[in-house]
Design a protein around this ligand. Structure first.
Ligand SMILES: Cc1ncc(COP(=O)(O)O)c(C=O)c1O
Length: 399
C-alpha cells in the first residue's frame, strides 16, 4: 500500500494519458493526408472563396499603425486595454451600453472570458449547477469541470428534425434553483447552427427570471449570423430582464484574429458597487491564471473601432464574411431536400445527417474531413470545392 510519502514521490511518468480534443486530433489527421484535393470542414475558422483565412485589411492597417506609433510594451495590468472594452461596449450591449451596472474587461479570447466567468460563478456559489444544452462546443464541459461546478446536460437539438428541442430545454432549465446558471449560445450555435428565435429567447428569459437563474451568454460569432445587432438579441434581452448576467464575448472570429486571442467578459449585477466588487474577484482570478491578457490583437481591434473610417471598413469586411457564410449555406441547402435545413441555420456550423461510419467513409474515400458527429464548417472550403463536397455528401447519404 502506498504511504502518503510514496504518493508524493510519484513523477510525471505516472500521469495517465490525456484524451485529445477530437477536433484537434482531426486537424492532425487532415494535415497528414497527402491528397491535394482534400477538404477540411472540421476546422473552426472562416475561409474565403479561395479557401484562405486572410487577415482582414482593417486589421493589417491597424497593425501597421501600431508598428509605426506604439512607443512602449510596458505592462497594462489585469484589465488589459480598457479603451478596447469601452469601444466594444455599444457593439455588444446596444441600448444597454449606458447601464453603469455593467462592467467589461479584456480577456484572452472567448475561452478566457468563459473561464473567468465560471471562476466568478464558482466563487459566488460553489454549489451552483450549470444547465448546458447538448451538443455544445466541446470546450464548454471541461471549462465547467475545471472550476468544479456541476454541469446538468439537457438535449438541445433534434437531429432528425434539424430543430431545437425547445420544450425539453425549457423543462430542463425550469428545474433550476435560484443561483443556478444557464449557459446560452448568443448566436450561431456551435455545433448545430440552430439558434433560438426571438420568441424562444423570450420564453427562455421568462423561465430564467421565474426561477432566479443566472444566464451566462457565450457570444463568439456576433455578426456572422444575421447582423451585429440581430445576433445580440439574446444578450440584450437578458440584460433587460435580469439583475445578474454574465456575457463571454470573442472578437477572434468577427475580426479574424483567432491566434491573437481577443475577447472580453461582461458582468451585470444589481448595482455598480456589486459589479465593481465582482470585477475585483475577476481581476484576482485573472492575475492567478495569466496575470494580464495579451495586448497585440486587442490593440489592433481598438485602433479599428476608434477610427471611423477603419470601423466602416470593418463593417463591410464583416458583412462580406457573413454574406459568404449565408451564400454557401443556400448553395448546399438547394442541392438536396435533405440538406434544406442548412439554409435555415446560422453561423459557420451545421450537422449533416450522417452516421459516424458515413463520416469515416467520406474521410477515407473522398478526403473530406469533418467531426465524427457530422458537424461541418460551411465555409471550411473554397468555392472551387463546394460542388465536390455536395456530391460526396449526397453520395454518402444515399449509401
Ligand atoms: C461557442 C464558442 N464559444 C467560445 C469560443 C472561444 O473562442 P476563442 O477563445 O477562440 O475566442 C468558441 C470558439 O470556437 C466557440 O465556438
Amino acid at each position: 500500500m502506498l504511504t502518503t510519502t510514496d504518493a508524493k514521490a510519484r513523477g510525471l511518468a505516472d500521469l495517465p494519458p490525456v484524451i485529445n480534443d477530437s477536433l484537434l486530433a482531426l486537424i492532425t489527421l487532415c494535415d497528414a493526408d497527402p491528397r491535394p484535393d482534400k477538404i477540411d470542414v472540421g476546422v473552426g475558422v472562416f475561409r474565403d472563396g479561395a479557401g484562405n483565412t486572410p487577415i482582414l485589411e482593417v486589421i493589417k492597417a491597424a497593425e501597421q499603425r501600431l508598428l509605426d506609433t506604439q512607443k512602449s510594451k510596458s505592462y497594462l495590468g489585469s484589465a488589459g486595454d480598457k479603451r478596447f472594452a469601452q469601444l466594444l461596449r455599444p457593439i455588444l450591449l446596444g441600448e444597454h451600453a449606458g447601464d453603469e451596472r455593467i462592467l467589461g474587461v479584456q480577456t484572452p479570447g472567448g475561452c478566457g472570458a468563459l473561464r473567468l466567468g465560471f471562476e466568478l460563478l464558482a466563487t459566488v456559489n460553489p454549489k451552483a449547477r450549470v444547465f448546458l444544452g447538448t451538443p455544445t462546443w466541446p470546450n464548454h464541459p471541461p471549462i465547467i469541470r475545471a472550476v468544479d461546478l456541476e454541469a446538468v446536460e439537457y438535449p438541445y437539438y433534434e437531429r432528425g428534425q434539424a430543430a431545437v428541442r425547445f420544450e425539453d430545454m425549457l423543462e430542463a432549465i425550469r428545474s433550476g434553483e435560484p443561483g443556478d446558471v444557464t449557459l446560452l449560445h448568443g448566436c450561431c450555435h456551435n455545433p448545430t447552427g440552430a439558434d433560438l428565435d426571438e420568441e424562444q429567447w423570450r420564453r427562455v428569459r421568462d423561465v430564467v427570471v421565474e426561477r432566479g437563474l443566472i444566464p451566462l451568454v457565450d457570444i463568439a460569432y456576433q455578426g456572422f449570423g444575421r447582423g451585429l445587432e440581430e445576433d445580440a438579441y439574446g444578450v440584450h434581452l437578458m440584460l433587460e430582464s435580469c439583475d445578474e448576467v454574465i456575457v463571454a464575448q470573442s472578437c477572434d472570429k468577427n475580426f479574424s484574429v483567432y491566434r491573437d486571442r481577443v475577447g472580453s467578459l461582461w458582468i451585470k449585477s444589481g448595482s455598480r458597487e456589486t459589479s465593481e466588487k465582482a470585477m475585483g474577484h475577476v481581476f484576482q482570478r485573472a492575475r492567478e491564471m495569466w496575470s494580464m491578457p495579451p495586448d497585440h490583437g486587442a490593440a489592433a481591434v481598438h485602433i479599428v473601432l476608434e477610427d471611423p473610417e477603419l470601423r466602416e471598413r470593418w463593417l463591410v469586411e464583416l458583412a462580406g464574411m457573413r454574406d459568404r457564410i449565408n451564400a454557401v449555406r443556400q448553395r448546399i441547402a438547394g442541392a438536396d431536400p435533405r440538406l434544406a435545413f442548412i439554409g435555415r441555420q446560422f453561423g459557420m456550423f451545421s450537422m449533416l445527417p450522417l452516421s459516424k461510419e458515413q463520416v469515416l467513409r467520406l474521410r477515407e474515400d473522398d478526403a473530406i474531413y469533418m467531426a465524427d458527429s457530422g458537424r461541418f464548417n460551411v465555409v471550411g472550403m473554397g468555392d472551387g470545392q463546394i460542388d465536390r463536397f455536395i456530391a460526396a455528401v449526397v453520395g454518402a447519404m444515399d449509401s
